[in-house]
Structure formats: C-alpha cells, structure tokens
Design a protein around this ligand. Structure first.
Ligand SMILES: [Zn+2]
Length: 140
C-alpha cells in the first residue's frame, strides 16, 4: 500500500514537472493588433495620444505600430502583465474588477494598474508570452 502511494506520488510529481517544463518551452501566443478600434476609443477616453489596451490575449494598439511598441520593453511587459491578469481572473471578472477599481481608485491607483507598473522590469513575462501579429498567430 505504502509502495503504491509512493508510486502515485511520483507519477503526479513527474507529470507536474513535465507540465511546468512544457509551459516554459512553449510561450503562450499573444496577438498584437494595430490600428484597433478598441484602442482608439480608449485613447479618446483617457486622452492619451498613444494607446495599448488588452482584451483577452490580444494587445490592441492605437497610434503606434507593432515595431515601435515591441521596442518599448517596459511598455510590453506592462501589457503582458494585463494579459496575465486576464488569465488569472477570466474575462468577465477582470473587466468588472478593472472598471470597479477605476471608478473607486482612478486609473493611476487602480490595483491592476499598480501591479502592471510594478511588472515593467519583470523579464520573465517576455519568456512566458510570444507576441505575434494576428495573421501569424492564427497559423500556430
Ligand atoms: Zn495598464
């Protein structure tokens, strides 16, 4: 009995190990969409000339191209943190939390924004996700 339990524990441990390694080897694809309507609306609301806004696994851009965006590593890491938050909470919970926090604390002090700003130097985000243009992302 003891032996069987140990075997089961070993299998679970190995499976977890391989799953974690698998995650590390295959970064999750993130789509980047240029000239996106959603980002244009957000830019207008927040009165910002340039805009990147995350919806699920897509980063929507306004008034900035993918090349310029990708060169701004701090900005990329910030938006990837929002992608991670989307995964953590799911779309409905993330969007409602984000709107609620924005109303309660304002944009700058929104805890989800505070967390994203704190992650702007976190290089592990660049390994965890792979940014691609929409047509490339559809192939993979
Ligand atoms: Zn943000």
């Amino acid at each position: 009995m003891q032996h069987k339990l140990t075997t089961v524990a070993c299998i679970i441990k190995l499976t977890t190990h391989f799953m974690q390694n698998h995650d590390k080897l295959k970064p999750m694809p993130v789509q980047i969409r240029e000239n996106a309507l959603l980002a244009r609306i957000a830019a207008k609301v927040l009165r910002s000339p340039h805009m990147a806004i995350v919806m699920k696994r897509t980063i929507h851009l306004h008034n900035t191209c993918m090349k310029d965006f990708m060169q701004n590593r701090r900005w990329v890491r910030h938006e990837l943190k929002h992608i991670e938050q989307f995964e953590r909470y799911g779309t409905l919970r993330f969007v409602s939390k984000y709107l609620y926090y924005s109303m309660r604390h304002g944009y700058w002090n929104n805890p989800l924004e505070v967390e994203a700003r704190a992650a702007e130097y976190d290089d592990s985000l660049l390994e965890k996700y792979q940014c691609t243009e929409p047509e490339h992302a559809e192939l993979s």
